[in-house]
Write a protein that binds this ligand. Structure first.
Ligand code: ADP
Length: 349
């Protein structure tokens, strides 16, 4: 190309002006790139690009040693340093990408673990209750059968029957004590209470359930108040309550036709309380079940334990709040609970 300056008279020699027509523009470009990276440095990769640019700048003078020619000592030195510097960028790039993927994987696994931990807290309490209650309940049923047999005889044995009923009453009190001790355990956790943003907890719980919500094509409608004062509560227990109510709502809606809408809302209540409502458009609760909804072991699900709502109520009551049910209009259920705000608790102490 006649318009471009000639920089190589033959295959190995460079012209004497080579440093000005090639070396200087490359050095200038490297300096500009270095400055841009210096001011806009954001990642480790940028830092290593700067290292490579510095190496590139250092490479330029050896091109003239011992003379500006190909296959000279300087020329070979430059090739080697080029190889090293480009390898550095490649290794750093690979390291950065691996670290990014590792971070992503950690986040996904952490999310799964968090969800399991929350569900496990409920499962663990449910399993404890089921285990502790089984013995007195079985004893009550057996003793009641024996009591009937004593009364069914042609000459009823009233003394043995009375003894059987006394044992049933004692077992009943024992079962009550088990429930009370679990409630006390929840109460003791008051030492772990922290200030919590209810809206954030709701978002967290919905996030953990998003796969199920998507799978069952449930539309989520969140109405965070936005300006609510923080509440004082045990974070894991409170999130478990919200999660449980959401999961029950999903269960109630997944077999119904028509719009499936889950509405979760937070608002101030009676001055210094916060109220959270979880409403669904599911099957709703029939009149005859309303009174036993919160009873331990009440369930209408084939795989249910019937402990979720009673544990939720125990948790909310342990936080000095209330949890109740109301029918949703036109169909479905609304579960609402209240909690004390940080301000009301500090005013009360
Ligand atoms: P489980 O989910 O193991 O059955 P729960 O104590 O959480 O235990 O719920 C008890 C019962 O209350 C459920 O079996 C179901 O019949 C009823 N229930 C709870 N939440 C809802 C809801 N949102 N809609 C309709 N029924 C519900």
């Amino acid at each position: 190309m006649p318009i471009l300056p000639r920089i190589m008279p033959d295959e190995s020699q460079f012209v004497p002006e080579w440093p000005y027509v090639v070396g200087a523009p490359i050095a200038l470009l490297c300096l500009i790139a270095l400055l841009v990276l210096w001011f806009r440095r954001r990642s480790i990769l940028d830092l290593f690009l700067m290292v490579v640019l510095c190496a590139y700048l250092i490479e330029i003078p050896p091109h003239y040693y011992p003379s500006p020619a190909r296959f000279s000592t300087g020329w070979y030195a430059v090739r080697v340093t080029s190889l090293i510097s480009s390898s550095i960028v490649l290794v750093v790039l690979l390291y950065e990408i691996t670290a990014l993927y590792r971070g992503l994987l950690d986040a996904v696994l952490r999310e799964g673990r968090e969800r399991d931990a929350r569900l496990m807290t409920g499962d663990a309490v449910a399993a404890t209750v089921a285990h502790e209650m089984r013995q007195p309940l079985t004893a009550m049923v057996t003793t009641a059968d024996a009591g009937f047999r004593f009364l069914d005889r042609s000459v009823p044995n009233l003394d043995r029957a009375k003894e059987a009923f006394r044992r049933i009453a004692a077992d009943g009190h024992r079962a009550g004590a088990v429930v009370e001790s679990i409630r006390m355990n929840l109460r003791i956790d008051a030492r772990n209470w922290t200030s919590l943003d209810v809206d954030e907890l709701i978002r967290g719980a919905l996030d953990l359930e998003r796969r199920d919500l998507k799978k069952h094509q449930i539309l989520v409608h969140i109405e965070p108040h936005g300006q609510l004062p923080e509440v004082r509560a045990n974070q894991v227990q409170l999130q478990q309550v919200i999660l449980n109510l959401i999961m029950n709502a999903v269960d109630a809606m997944m077999s119904t036709d028509g719009p499936r809408i889950l509405s979760v809302r937070s608002e101030p209540y009676e001055g210094d309380l916060v109220m959270v409502s979880v409403a669904d458009t599911g099957s709703g609760i029939s009149d005859q079940n309303v009174d036993r909804l919160f009873n331990p072991l009440f369930t209408t699900k084939s795989d249910g334990m019937g402990m979720g709502l009673s544990i939720c109520r125990a948790i909310i009551e342990a936080h000095n709040g209330r949890l109740w049910f109301a029918p949703n209009i036109p169909r479905g259920a609304v579960f609402q609970f209240t909690l004390h705000t940080n301000n009301s608790l500090s005013a009360g102490t």
